[in-house]
Write a protein that binds this ligand. Structure first.
Ligand code: FES
Length: 115
């Protein structure tokens, strides 16, 4: 895993869902309670952009079918729903280690040879 600079900390306000890219991966970065999180940007259900969702507690909720994922572990906390029909997400959300150094945000992503 290599830490890659993705944005500056000033671009990630509390509760914002910020799209970033690292080593060709489309990710989102957010800050909740002062802690930064990084996850894949595509919802594991049908691929909707999670940056268009919202934060609930320490989770992200997809705007399309309301699936809810823990930002720390990526674990699904609520299955997607379409009207009254329950559906299943294909997988949990992939999360990535993230850190702030000198005002910049870095995300650890697998190098191309590790994917
Ligand atoms: S695409 Fe995200 S819940 Fe369906």
């Amino acid at each position: 895993m290599d830490y890659v600079k993705v944005t500056s900390a000033s671009q990630v306000s509390e509760g914002a869902l910020v799209p970033v890219e690292a080593a060709g991966l489309k990710l989102l970065v957010t800050k909740v309670g002062g802690t930064y999180y990084a996850t894949q940007r595509k919802c594991p259900h049908l691929g909707f952009n999670l940056c268009r969702g919202k934060i609930e507690g320490e989770s992200v909720v997809c705007a399309l079918h309301k699936a809810k994922f823990d930002l720390k572990t990526g674990q699904i906390e609520r299955d997607p729903r379409l009207l009254f029909i329950g559906m299943k997400a294909k997988t949990d959300l992939t999360t990535y280690p993230v850190k702030e150094t000198d005002g910049d945000i870095y995300v650890a992503v697998p190098s191309a040879t590790q994917r």
